[in-house]
Design a protein around this ligand. Structure first.
Ligand SMILES: [Zn+2]
Length: 150
């Protein structure tokens, strides 16, 4: 199993999270989560296309957007803003690092606990007057070293 799937709630885990936040496990919410389990990082358009491809539900892009936003507001998903200003939703809400491919617009999870610990220990000793840090969101903006041959 690829590393980036770690921390993604299972269908049962997702149901439990919805219950915890007083949300019903509607067919639309379940379809969105099933799409996000496949996509991991995705825009509402991509989630909507994935649901359409699965063919189990019909969910408009606007409804997908509302569901994703609500899940992010409850901390079940996380919003990620790319280096080029594109917003995607992340099925993993825990702190982790990202590689952002400028050419494809794709995010990949990076597991580097040493780096995360280093940043967090540094932040514990830093104060930003008038602010408190909610979380750290690090992305490495990059491009592929090899061009794909056609
Ligand atoms: Zn991620």
């Amino acid at each position: 199993m690829p590393q980036h799937v770690n921390g993604c709630p299972t269908v049962e885990g997702f149901r439990a999270l919805l219950r915890k936040h007083g949300l019903k496990a509607t067919a639309q919410r379940m379809a969105v989560h099933e799409a996000m389990m496949v996509l991991v990082h995705a825009s509402p358009d991509q989630v909507s296309a994935q649901i359409a491809a699965a063919g189990t539900q019909k969910v408009t892009v606007a409804s997908v957007y509302n569901i994703l936003s609500q899940l992010a507001d409850f901390g079940i998903y996380r919003r990620r803003l790319s280096g080029s200003g594109k917003m995607v939703f992340d099925v993993r809400s825990g702190n982790h690092l990202h590689l952002y491919d400028r050419e494809t617009g794709e995010f990949r999870d990076v597991v580097d606990e040493d780096l995360t610990d280093l940043v967090e220990s540094r932040l514990r000793r830093r104060r930003f007057k008038g602010y408190s840090i909610d979380y750290v969101d690090i992305q490495f903006v990059c491009h592929p070293t090899k061009r794909k041959t056609k």
